[in-house]
Design a binder for this molecule. Structure first.
Ligand SMILES: [Zn+2]
Length: 104
């Protein structure tokens, strides 16, 4: 009996590259404090890489400092759902030195 799926194409979760190709917004809502942040999938690729699965929270809630209450969702952006919408965008990569004490 033939398979419904072509062989060699395992089921996989959507990743940021898929979402960016569909011009998607990634919506991260914390159910602890109700804070919601919108990101462009194409921006998250720069930070998380192209293979990051879109249902996996990329960051902890900046208020609650935990990922425990984060709910991820996504939507295809269009002129109706992006009017008046604030989207968090990467501005600058900051490189920081870490120091440790050791025996001279
Ligand atoms: Zn929170």
């Amino acid at each position: 009996m033939p398979s419904m799926r072509p062989s060699g194409s395992p089921i996989r979760n959507r990743v940021m590259t898929d979402a960016a190709n569909d011009n998607m917004l990634i919506i991260m809502k914390c159910n602890g404090c109700k804070k919601t942040v919108h990101f462009w999938a194409v921006d998250l690729i720069k930070v998380l890489g192209p293979r990051h699965q879109i249902h996996v929270p990329p960051f902890a809630c900046s208020r609650c400092k935990t990922m425990e209450y984060i709910h991820m969702s996504w939507a295809v952006a269009n002129s109706h759902n992006t009017q008046e919408l604030t989207v968090r965008r990467p501005v600058e990569l900051v490189v920081k030195w870490l120091w440790k004490d050791e025996k001279a």
